[in-house]
Write a protein that binds this ligand. Structure first.
Ligand code: ATP
Ligand code: MG
Length: 322
């Protein structure tokens, strides 16, 4: 039977107007502008510690993916895995079984950092000081060490002074605690990057973290600045994620990066292949967001120009936590 000419027209819609099509077009445009981006590295080594004592907020994911993104635009980057879980070493494809010399040997047995550093198979620009299970005992063993808060800083200073090819960035992945390992990272770093998960309770514990940073500035490392906050695991479909993002931006207008990292399956799959998402699926939304965040970090080169003294920063709804 012959169909009337306008049959089905009421149901006709343009695929180009669907939310998915718009999202894809947006992603393609962002990828293109990233491919065309040119960045100027500062010529000095920026040491950034990625910390938040809250567990599972995206510290390791941020460390390895920002590191890989920085390496992909020509920066030379060292990741120091300061978490006994060794997740950053895994994600960078670097062996870290118990028999491998690791950051534990540097902190406890005075090994030179140069002796334990490995190159990630992902890029010759991407180095990793791995962690092994031995590091789990280091919190306790460090207590009796001389200059226990400065062990990492001393090792890093010595390494940077003698390295043949200068590093542009050192990123330190911290464990989810404010113990001696994290304090070693704070004492060694110029900048603090806090990943904040866009979930309920996101800001809980932040005032305790900022209080610790103030103590470190006062007693151990006056150079340390909260330079960057990165919103992670953002799900734009939920009102909650939008509210959390708004609230964090209100309190830290200068520190929060414009780019937010979306919740993405590709990001969470990548480590099981011993890869960052940049290598695993560089075209995915998570990879594009991390590459954008890395460019923003390079461009906000002067932490002093943008950072607010954590002494003036307070975390909302968190007063009773310090
Ligand atoms: P810990 O405190 O245990 O060290 P962490 O703060 O380092 O945790 P991650 O290990 O980076 O957090 O992330 C926690 C979990 O969330 C991991 O399973 C990771 O794969 C997943 N994850 C992180 N970021 C994303 C994302 N953008 N999309 C989806 N999953 C993510
Ligand atoms: Mg981690």
């Amino acid at each position: 039977m012959k169909q009337p000419e306008n049959a089905g027209s009421a149901a006709t819609f343009s695929l180009d107007d669907s939310p998915i099509a718009r999202e894809l077009a947006d992603l393609t445009a962002r990828r293109r502008s990233l491919d065309a981006v040119s960045v100027q590295l500062s010529g000095r080594t920026r040491v950034i510690t990625v910390s938040n004592q809250k567990g599972g907020v995206g510290k390791t994911t941020t460390t390895v993916n920002i590191a890989a993104s920085l390496a992909s635009v020509g920066a030379r980057v060292l990741v120091i895995d300061l978490d006994p879980q060794g997740n950053a070493s895994t994600a960078l494809g670097v062996p870290h079984t118990a028999d491998i010399p690791s950051i534990y040997d540097v902190l406890i047995d005075d090994f030179p950092l140069a002796d334990i550093i490995q190159t990630s198979p992902e890029s010759p620009n991407l180095l990793c000081a791995p962690s092994t299970i031995h590091l789990a005992g280091a919190e306790i063993e460090l207590v009796s060490q001389v200059a226990r808060e400065h062990r990492l800083r001393t090792a890093l200073d010595e390494y940077l002074a003698n390295v043949t090819e200068q590093l542009d960035f050192v990123l330190i992945d911290c464990p989810p605690s404010l113990g001696l390992l994290t304090i070693n990272a704070f004492a060694a770093a110029h900048e603090l990057l806090i990943p904040i998960q866009c979930e309920y309770y996101a800001l809980e514990g932040l005032s305790q973290l900022l209080g610790t940073v103030r103590m470190i500035q006062k007693h151990l490392n006056p150079q340390l600045r909260l330079s960057t906050i990165l919103l992670t695991m953002y799900d734009g479909r939920t009102r909650l994620a939008q509210q959390v993002a708004e609230e964090v931006r209100q309190h830290f207008p200068n520190e929060v990066l414009p780019t937010v990292i979306p919740r993405s399956v590709r990001v969470s799959e990548a480590p099981s292949f011993g890869q960052t998402v940049i290598a695993y699926d560089g075209h995915s939304a998570g990879a594009v967001a991390y590459r954008e965040a890395a460019v923003e970090i390079i461009r906000r080169d002067s932490p002093d120009a943008t950072a607010k003294d954590p002494g003036n920063a307070s975390a909302p709804g968190d007063e009773g936590d310090s």
